[in-house]
Design a protein around this ligand. Structure first.
Ligand code: SAH
Length: 266
């Protein structure tokens, strides 16, 4: 058995998106600290810093003091090789789904070599589909189907406990595929923007109707877990395809008549 490595716990961040009740932020900090977790990130919290947050942190004020407040989810996920989103509901486009125990194992395995994040949503409406699409996996705490939504801090406690249990049981397992330098969350976002633009440029998709298509493509590339070099190759291919489209257009509009380009000839 590998010794549990405290550095792995320090690479796991909990990201809270648009939390309404500051008391919940404090309660999440407390729940994390009891399980040896220390990295909290806040995206557009309604009230923060706040006395109620401090009161419910009940001694975990160091986590609150150190918690960056972000304007965008992108910056809260900076540098992450794995992002898991938590959801009380299962969504229309099926996404790879983990149980809390599997989530803990995946997070710890990847945290052995890099930064990872677990994202928790708003009290009122959870995470949006666009936010969930940023995550490689969803995690759901199996609850009574008739009453599935836990309080935010209660859900965070379940996740934190599962992480501690997995950490105590085995230390950080080896990452699923060795220590490859996976593309970071922000590099993946840059790629998806490029891909969406290329699909429009190539006449493959209409931006108005491509949301569902982009979700499916995100799922595909999340599953592939490209590393940095692979992502650069993909972007190079997109750029080349976009460039060729421009060149084709130029040829068509040029002074000499050219044969009509047929589908599949390029
Ligand atoms: N009404 C919201 C629930 C929000 S609860 C909805 O229907 O989506 C606030 C957050 O706690 C959620 O966004 C999620 O991060 C977490 N959470 C609550 N219950 C959960 C569950 N059963 N499984 C996973 N996460 C849960």
């Amino acid at each position: 058995m590998i010794d549990a490595d405290p550095a792995a716990l320090a690479r796991i961040r909990f990201v809270l998106v648009e939390t309404t009740h500051p008391g919940n932020i404090g309660a999440v900090a407390r729940g994390m600290k009891t399980m040896g977790l220390s990295r909290l990130e806040l995206v557009r919290p309604r009230h923060f810093p706040n006395a109620e947050a401090l009161a419910l942190a009940s001694g975990a004020d160091d986590l609150l003091a150190a918690a960056p407040v972000r304007e965008e989810l992108t910056s809260a996920l900076a540098g992450c090789r794995l992002v898991v989103g938590s959801s009380a509901r299962l969504r229309s486009v099926a996404w790879p789904l983990l149980s809390p125990a599997q989530c803990a194992e995946r997070l710890l395995a990847e945290a052995a070599v890099g930064e990872v994040a677990l994202v928790l949503g708003r009290e009122s409406s959870g995470l949006s589909n666009a936010e969930l699409a940023r995550c490689q996996y969803l995690v759901n705490i199996p609850t009574d189907p008739g009453f599935s939504s836990l309080n935010l801090a209660a859900a965070a406690q379940v996740f934190a406990y599962e992480i501690r249990r997995a950490w105590l049981a085995g230390g950080a397992a080896q990452p699923a595929e060795g220590p490859r330098e996976l593309a970071t969350a922000e590099a993946m976002e840059g790629f998806y923007d490029h891909l969406a633009q290329a699909l429009v440029d190539l006449g493959y998709s209409d931006p108005e109707q491509s949301r569902k298509l982009m979700r499916r493509l995100r799922r595909l590339f999340h599953r592939a877990q490209p590393d940095r070099v692979e992502l650069n190759i993909l972007r190079g291919i997109l750029s080349a395809a976009q460039g060729r489209k421009t060149a084709d257009r130029f040829r068509k509009e040029g002074p000499r008549m050219t044969p009509t380009r047929s589908e599949g000839s390029d």
